[in-house]
Design a binder for this molecule. Structure first.
Ligand SMILES: [Fe+2]
Length: 471
C-alpha cells in the first residue's frame, strides 16, 4: 500500500514537472518544428512559416535562399502566446516567406540568435496556367498504424497541397493530441512507416470536423480547439459572432475562455468557413458541424456569392466534414449538407469532398432538390428530396459529368466504418457508384488545364478508383 502511494505521488510529481517545465531543450528548441501554411491572404509570392517554441524570449529569424545562393532575411516573426491550463505555456511564431515564384522550390531556414536550427524547402502556390496536384483525406489524426504509412505515401506522391476534410486529430481537438497524433506523423524528420516530412514543405488546409471543434467545454479540455491556435488560413468567410449561426458560445470558466481567446487571436471564430484560389482551382472550405446552422440565409448566401465570384477558376472544389450523400450505415442520418446541393449546382461546383464517414465513396454526378429546404434542423435529420443521377458518366469514355460528384474520403487513419457494405451493393444508396470500406485510403486529384484526374489510393499505392473529368 505504502509503495503504491509513493509510486502515485512520484507519478503526479513527474507529471506536474513535465507540465510546467515543457520539453524544450537547448539543442532542440522547437516544440513543433517549422511548418508551412497558406495564411490569411494566400498568394503565389508568399508562404507562412510557423513553429512552436517554449515560452522564453529568443531572437528568432526566418531566411529564404535567393537564386544566387545567398540567404535573405525576412521580416521578424510575430508571436502568439498559448497559455492554457494543463499545457506548459508556449509560443506560436509566424514569419512570411516573400518573393516566391509560383511552383518554384525555395529553401528556407529558421535561426535563433543567428544560428541556423532548421532547414526546409517549400514552393510558391501555383498560378492558373500551371498543373497542380492535391491530396484530400479526412479522419486521419488517430495515431493509428494505418495513418502513418498513408502519410508516407502522400509524401511520395508529391502533392502541391493537402486538404483535410475534418477530424484532424482525435478525440477532442486538443493540443496534447496534436503532439501525439499530428505533428510527429505529418512533420517527421524523415519518411518512414511512422510518418513523413510533409507539412514543413507542403501546405495543409484543414476543414473543422466534429472531433476538432465540438469539444468546447474548456473546463473539461482547456487545451481543446487547437484548430484555431495552430492553423493559419484565410478569414474571408462570413463574419461570425460567437453564439450566432456560425459558431456557438464557448463553454467553461471565464479564465479558461480568456486563455483560449487570447491564444487564438483573429482565427476564432472566423476561420471555419473560407475560400482561396490556387492554380486554376477555387477551393471553398466549410464548417459542417452541428453548431453551424446551414438553414441560415446569411451562410448560404455567402457560399453562393463566393462561388459566383470564382469566375476565373476552371475548377471549383468544396471540402467539409459531414457528407450530404453517404451510403454508410454509420452517420447515415446526418444529411444536413444536402441543403447546399442547389447552391453547389448553381455555383458550378465540380467535386465536393467530405469525411466523417471512415471509408471511401463516390457518387454519380447528381443534382438534388431538397423537399424541405430551409426547414430542416441542422443535424441528425434526414433531408428528403429528389435526385437526378448522371449514370452515363463513367470517368473513362464519358468524362463530362452532368451534376456534382460527391466524394467521401474519410479513410485517412481512424478505424474504418462498415467494411461489410463494400461487397453488399444493395445496401448502398442509389446515388453511390463506388464504395470501398475495407482499406484505408486517400484521394489524389491532378489538375492539368481542363482535365481532372481523381484517384483513390492505399498506403501501398494500390489504385482503388480512378475517374477523369474534362471540360
Ligand atoms: Fe467526424
Amino acid at each position: 500500500m505504502f509503495i503504491r502511494r509513493c509510486y502515485l505521488r512520484l507519478s503526479i510529481a513527474l507529471f506536474a514537472l513535465a507540465t510546467i517545465a515543457g520539453p524544450a531543450r537547448a539543442d532542440d528548441p522547437f516544440l513543433v518544428k517549422p511548418y508551412v501554411q497558406i495564411g490569411e491572404k494566400p498568394t503565389s509570392s508568399q508562404m507562412q512559416v510557423l513553429w512552436h517554441a517554449a515560452d522564453a524570449d529568443e531572437d528568432w529569424q526566418l531566411e529564404r535562399q535567393a537564386k544566387d545562393g545567398s540567404w535573405k532575411r525576412e521580416a521578424a516573426p510575430t508571436m502568439r502566446r498559448v497559455a492554457v491550463s494543463g499545457i506548459a505555456p508556449h509560443r506560436v511564431y509566424q514569419a512570411t516567406l516573400t518573393d516566391l515564384t509560383a511552383g518554384e522550390k525555395v529553401a528556407y531556414r529558421v535561426l535563433a540568435a543567428g544560428k541556423p536550427l532548421f532547414s526546409g524547402e517549400t514552393q510558391g502556390l501555383k498560378t492558373a496556367n500551371q498543373s497542380s496536384r492535391y491530396v484530400i483525406m479526412g479522419d486521419c489524426g488517430a495515431g493509428s498504424n494505418e495513418q502513418k504509412p498513408i502519410a508516407r505515401r502522400i509524401f511520395e506522391s508529391k502533392p502541391d497541397m493537402v486538404v483535410i476534410t475534418g477530424d484532424i486529430v482525435y478525440s477532442s481537438g486538443r493540443i496534447s493530441e496534436y503532439r501525439d497524433r499530428f505533428w510527429p506523423i505529418y512533420n517527421a524528420d524523415t519518411p518512414s512507416d511512422r510518418g513523413a516530412p510533409l507539412i514543413r514543405s507542403i501546405p495543409f488546409v484543414g476543414a473543422p470536423g466534429n472531433h476538432d471543434t465540438e469539444s468546447r467545454d474548456l473546463d473539461r479540455f482547456p487545451d481543446a480547439l487547437a484548430y484555431f491556435l495552430y492553423w493559419n488560413q484565410p478569414r474571408n468567410g462570413p463574419a461570425g459572432r460567437v453564439g450566432g449561426p456560425f459558431f456557438p458560445t464557448l463553454k467553461g470558466s471565464e479564465t479558461n475562455q480568456k486563455a483560449f481567446l487570447s491564444a487564438a487571436g483573429s482565427a476564432f471564430p472566423n476561420m471555419a468557413n473560407f475560400s482561396f484560389d490556387v492554380a486554376n482551382v477555387h477551393w471553398t472550405i466549410l464548417d459542417s458541424n452541428s453548431y453551424t446552422d446551414w438553414t441560415s440565409d446569411e451562410l448560404k448566401n455567402w457560399v453562393a456569392a463566393d462561388l459566383a465570384a470564382a469566375k476565373s477558376a476552371d475548377w471549383r472544389f468544396v471540402a467539409f466534414h459531414h457528407p450530404g450523400f453517404n451510403s454508410s450505415k454509420a452517420h447515415f442520418e446526418q444529411q444536413h449538407m444536402r441543403l447546399l446541393a442547389p447552391i453547389f449546382e448553381a455555383g458550378k461546383v465540380d467535386v465536393v469532398y467530405a469525411g466523417h464517414v471512415h471509408n471511401y465513396q463516390r457518387s454519380f454526378p447528381l443534382t438534388f432538390v431538397p423537399d424541405a429546404q430551409g426547414k430542416v434542423a441542422p443535424r441528425g435529420r434526414l433531408v428528403a428530396g429528389k435526385w437526378n443521377l448522371d449514370k452515363t458518366f463513367d470517368g473513362k469514355s464519358d468524362t463530362t459529368p452532368n451534376g456534382v460528384i460527391y466524394l467521401v474520403t474519410g479513410a485517412g487513419g481512424q478505424k474504418l466504418y462498415n467494411p461489410e457494405q463494400q461487397d453488399d451493393r444493395p445496401s448502398w444508396q442509389e446515388f453511390t457508384t463506388k464504395f470501398i470500406s475495407k482499406v484505408h485510403s486517400f484521394t489524389l486529384t491532378d489538375i492539368d488545364a481542363k482535365t481532372a484526374t481523381i484517384r483513390q489510393l492505399t498506403a501501398d499505392g494500390t489504385e482503388l478508383d480512378r475517374i477523369v473529368i474534362t471540360k
